[in-house]
Design a protein around this ligand. Structure first.
Ligand SMILES: [Zn+2]
Length: 288
C-alpha cells in the first residue's frame, strides 16, 4: 500500500467492522421487499420471464447489485487489512463470470435514470464501484473493464489524486473516456458524522465541485467515506445537489430504498469467483 493510502484503508476497515456487526439484519432482500412500491413485483417476475416489452419496462425498476471494491492488487505479505485487496486475476474472473451469468455493468447514473423512467436498463444490471482512487483501479480495473466493454464507477477521494499510489488526473480522464462515472468520496476521507457544518459542506459540496471542475463530469452520486453517515450528513449530500449516495449497508440497491443510503455488495479478497456471483444472486433475493 502506498503510505499515503494507509490512513484511508484504516478508516475504511474501522467502519466496515462496525457496520458488519450491526446492520446486516434489517436489510435482507425479503425485509426490503415488503416495502417495495407497486412497480417492483412485476419487475421481479419479468427478470426471469421471456424477453419482451414488459420485461424491458420491468427492468427499469429492477434492483441493482452495486459491487464495492478497493485495491485491485495482490495483498502484500502481512497486509493488515488484506480483505480489501482483490487481485487483478480475481477481478478478471469475476467480471467474466458475471457476464456469463447474464449481468451487464452500468453506471449509477444509468440506474437512477432507469428507475426514473428516463432510460431503459439492460437485463440484469450490475454496478462495479471502486472506492478511494488507487492507481491499481486505473491500471488493472480500467483494463479489465475496457476489455469487457463495461463501465466502472470511481468513488474518488480527492486527496488521493496525483499522489504516489493514487490515480493521476490524466488516468482518470482516460477512465472517463472509457465510460467510467466519477463520483465524489469527499476531499480528505474523514468521518463525516464528526464534522461541523462548514467542514461537512466543504467535504461534500466541495468534492463535487472539484471533480466537476477538473473532469467536466456531472458527479451525481456521493459515497460516504468508510460508510459513515447520519441524518445531518445525508441532508448535506442532498443540499449539495447529488441524486443519490452509496453506503456500506449490505444488499442490492432498490428503487424503494433511501436514495441517499443505497446498499452495496462488498467483494473481499477471500471470495471465490463463484462466491461473488452467489453474493450477487443472494443480494437480489433470487437464489442460485
Ligand atoms: Zn473510502
Amino acid at each position: 500500500v502506498p503510505r499515503r493510502a494507509l490512513p484511508t484503508l484504516l478508516m475504511v476497515m474501522v467502519a466496515v467492522a462496525g457496520v458488519a456487526g450491526g446492520c446486516g439484519g434489517g436489510s435482507s432482500p425479503h425485509g426490503r421487499a415488503a416495502t417495495d412500491g407497486a412497480g417492483t413485483a412485476p419487475a421481479r417476475q419479468a427478470a426471469n420471464g421471456p424477453v419482451g416489452k414488459r420485461e424491458r419496462l420491468g427492468h427499469s425498476r429492477a434492483p441493482v447489485p452495486v459491487l464495492m471494491y478497493h485495491v485491485i492488487a495482490p495483498a502484500p505479505p502481512g497486509a493488515k487489512y488484506a480483505g480489501l485487496w482483490v487481485a487483478p486475476a480475481a477481478l478478471r474472473a469475476q467480471v467474466a463470470a458475471l457476464a456469463k451469468a447474464g449481468f451487464h455493468a452500468v453506471t449509477l447514473d444509468a440506474v437512477l435514470d432507469g428507475w426514473a423512467g428516463k432510460d431503459t436498463l439492460p437485463p440484469h444490471p450490475v454496478v462495479l464501484s471502486f472506492d478511494d482512487g488507487y492507481l491499481s483501479q486505473g491500471q488493472e480495473a480500467g483494463a479489465i473493464l475496457r476489455a469487457q466493454g463495461w463501465p466502472g464507477v470511481l468513488n474518488l477521494a480527492l486527496h488521493n489524486l496525483d499522489t504516489p499510489g493514487g490515480l493521476s488526473t490524466s488516468r482518470v480522464r482516460a477512465m472517463v473516456a472509457d465510460g467510467w462515472e466519477v463520483d465524489a468520496h469527499s476531499l480528505t476521507h474523514p468521518d463525516l458524522t464528526t464534522l461541523d457544518a462548514t467542514a461537512l459542506r466543504r467535504e461534500v459540496a466541495g468534492s463535487r465541485a472539484a471533480i466537476h471542475e477538473r473532469f467536466g463530469v456531472p458527479v451525481n452520486a456521493f459515497c460516504y467515506p468508510a460508510g459513515r453517515y447520519d441524518a445531518t450528513v445525508e441532508a448535506a449530500v442532498r443540499a449539495a445537489g447529488y441524486r443519490a449516495a452509496t453506503s456500506e449497508l449490505p444488499g442490492a440497491a432498490r428503487p424503494s430504498d433511501d436514495r441517499f443510503a443505497l446498499p452495496r455488495v462488498r467483494v473481499d479478497r477471500g471470495d471465490s469467483t463463484a462466491a461473488v456471483v452467489a453474493k450477487v444472486h443472494a443480494a437480489l433475493g433470487s437464489g442460485t
